[in-house]
Design a protein around this ligand. Structure first.
Ligand code: DO4
Ligand code: MG
Length: 275
């Protein structure tokens, strides 16, 4: 079952039909541990709706914060070590990849997040920018995984590589995060063979394509969530990106007009262009 937030209403998509929910706000919905059961009950006697329009999709976030995990795939560890080698920061990334405590960082508030079909941004003072395609956990107010969405952790690799202390500037700016197109709700966790794909189109041609799978994710998603919720409360729930396993070659940087398509099996495709 998929949950979509649109300009006029929240919809569920199940068995080929859209259903309009009576709730108009995501905040109370995403706070609950039993969101899947709530949604099953909501559509059990409901009539399908014809009001859903893809053009009206909004990012599936209101008052939640977006957090992100770093260096959770071997490919990310290697890329971070390479980009920071002149600054002598390489050892930190190797150590955090192996450490019990994960790297978690604040990524965005709702107003910095764009949705499916919207424009993401590269920083005006960055010279080396990439998208980071990441499975994103939707967490209830008690820290349980209640759903999944697709996330793009837009990153300025030159700024992050110059000094690890510049990470917040490399990661947090207007239009630096995309989420969507929907939230996948399931009674059971996504399996480890779930595939993640990134395609970047430039002037209609493929400029980069890459893929990975959750088998390559070093950490258990629920353990990442448990660390986030240690001494940290999220009354409306929270989003947690799980890190990237796809990094374009070092010569690649995003350009204005590039189209970024991130697909995750069972969820769909999040498509954005660079402003
Ligand atoms: O350590 C810096 C951030 C890494 C990151 O965003 C990722 O691995 O996805
Ligand atoms: Mg990332």
């Amino acid at each position: 079952m998929k949950l979509y937030r649109t300009k006029n209403a929240i919809f569920l998509f199940s068995d080929g039909n859209f259903y309009r929910l009576k709730e108009n706000s995501l905040d109370a919905l995403l706070a609950q541990d039993k969101l899947y059961d709530h949604c099953v009950a909501a559509i059990s006697n409901a009539q399908p709706s014809s009001e859903f329009s893809e053009a009206e999709i909004l990012p599936p976030i209101e008052n939640q914060e977006v957090w992100a995990s770093g260096v959770t795939y071997f490919r990310s560890r290697t890329a971070r070590m390479e980009e920071s080698k002149d600054a002598g920061g390489g050892d930190f990334y190797d150590r955090v990849y192996a450490a019990e405590r994960p790297e978690l960082f604040f990524k965005a508030t709702g107003r910095r997040v764009v949705g499916h079909g919207d424009k993401v941004r590269i920083r005006s003072d960055a010279k080396w920018s990439v998208p980071e395609p990441e499975l994103t956990l939707v967490l209830s107010s008690s820290g349980r995984i209640i759903g999944y969405t697709i996330g793009n952790d837009m990153s300025s690799r030159d700024i992050e590589g110059e000094n690890p202390l510049y990470l917040p500037q490399a990661k947090v700016y207007d239009g630096s995060c995309a989420l969507g197109p929907c939230i996948l709700l399931r009674p059971d966790p996504l399996t480890r063979d779930t595939r993640i794909e990134l395609k970047i189109l430039r002037n209609g041609a493929t400029a980069f394509a890459g893929k990975t799978a959750l088998t390559e994710l070093k950490r258990e998603p629920q353990l990442l969530a448990d660390y986030l919720f240690r001494d940290n409360s999220f009354p409306c729930g929270s989003f947690l990106m799980t890190g990237t396993g796809i990094v374009p070659p070092d010569a690649f940087t995003l350009q204005s007009g590039d189209q970024i398509d991130i697909s995750i099996e069972h969820i769909g495709t999040l498509s954005n262009t660079v402003a």
